[in-house]
Design a protein around this ligand. Sequence first.
Ligand code: NAD
Length: 491
Amino acid sequence: MKHYQMYIDGEWLDAVDGARLESINPASGEVWATAAIAGEAEVNRAVAAANRALKSGPWAEMNATQRGKMLRRLGDLVAENAHLLGEIETLDSGKLARETRAQSAYVAEYYYYYAGLADKIQGATLPIDKPDMHVFTRRVPIGVVAAVVPWNAQMFLTATKLGPALAAGNTVVLKASEMAPAPMFEFARIVELAGFPPGVINVITGFGEPCGRLLTSHRDVARVAFTGGPETARHIVRNSAENFAVVSLELGGKSPILVFDDADVEGAVNGIIAGNFGATGQSCVAGSRVFIQSGIRQQILDKLVERAGQICIGDPLADDTQVGPLCTREQLDHISAAVKDAVQEGATLLFGGKRPDGLDGGWYYTPTILDCPHQDIRTVREEMFGPILSALSFESEDEAIEMANNSDFGLAAGVFTANVARALRVSDALRSGIVWVNTYRAVSPIAPFGGFKNSGPGRESGIDAIYDYTRTQTVWISTSAEPMANPFVMR
Ligand code: NAD
């Protein structure tokens, strides 16, 4: 059994009241680790440490180039430790080790990317409309950043926040998800190894109430970077009424994949499988509404069923496993109930719809394909966060676009077609922050990531993300040879 402590101000600590949570390995359903949880005292301590590190000491005095070098070192250490980080994430969350290891290794690229940007944040000299004035702007750090992440891709979602936040000179309190906090405490060890001054990066965990609320409403927090569900995001926005923190929200999705008659069948099926069963469907960009043009519909459905039947379900640590367990028992119950509801609402179960045989210990569910005759079906409307694919059919391009946009969410979309003009037309018409054409689930630190509508207004990754962690300061300097005139004496 592993026991994790919080990392605050460069020290490893338990909560003053000794509070701990138990973390369950979703593959076995058994407790494998405990973690200290932060109450009011620890949240205050972490924010105070971040505030101190921001205002004085080695971090505050460091220039941007030096900050970039520190981030580069962090990236190197994350890459060197990718195997361990991936394995711990798998034990805690049930995500496949081959995904978590690869993701941890790639996460280093996010630190490298923002390391490179650290000393390229520039202000401007303004062509001001007043005589004898020199006016310029500079970008200064916002302050203490509260980074709040969900359980499903913590290494990745932490990097998309810490990379730009640290490059811009801020300090951070990271709240790991209470559902799987272990990888973030392993990450804190790497932060320590990288030599970040105490207080620059603090790592805590706890439940939304009170830990998340206390952190995001804290008066000394100036920026909240949140990834999670829309309901939690509403709390975050309300919490920010206490501190007027700048808030970024990266929320859920119900992303459509559109397959046109002229699509390459093999490629489209691979895209749909990646979008629905990759990460066991527990992905914000899951392409869980699959719209197939009528001419190709049966062919695609047959192939999907065939491929679903070949998926290897099991131990997420094993290299040949393709679908692992859900993260929690509640999540398993949630999707089991939703599939039952879908069938009652008129969907036909083409594959799955049950727990796999012989895997009763963990939170496993068979990849499931539902043929849905209309959009008013629970699995078509709600984010499932599990391996549940809802297939619908369409006749025309216009109909496909209308159905795809008929969602409260707007995170991602996939378009499979051999027609470039159609790909451009359709991607232009889709209300989705990301559109993948003849591919799916590709991400990069270079490419902005974020959604429309209830998927949240935030954008992470890319150059602009760094500006979201700065404030513009405007400096006016009189260049007049005369002292400032008396304002009450008219000339
Ligand atoms: P969640 O919203 O339940 O929790 C996210 C985080 O918010 C956790 O750390 C939680 O403790 C914290 N939290 C809960 N209540 C809070 C409060 N009142 N104040 C402050 N913090 C609070 O999400 P989850 O179930 O862990 O993750 C799944 C969700 O995350 C899905 O909706 C998924 O689509 C979304 N997600 C979005 C992206 C993206 O980039 N758009 C990426 C991954 C996951």
